[in-house]
Design a protein. Sequence first.
Length: 91
Amino acid sequence: MPQTKSRKKSLQRARLRTSLNRRRKRLAHDAVRSALDAARAGDEQELDAAVRKAQQALDRACQKGPYHGNAAARKKARMMARIGRLRGQAS
């Protein structure tokens, strides 16, 4: 455990940052999952909204810390590729 006042504050800040990053990652993951579910269901309007929300969540996670920019771009590209494959199967 930290002894000095500054180390205690640093630990508290790190715990807060960790919880915020976990939340942002979870939101991005859930948004991608809902977009893939919408693609499986075949609902085009819901899919468009879900994809937009997923991309925004990934961009926010990239901007705020938990994901590197290239990692967010990779996740978006893979999501869109999977959606394309799912749309091809449904057609």
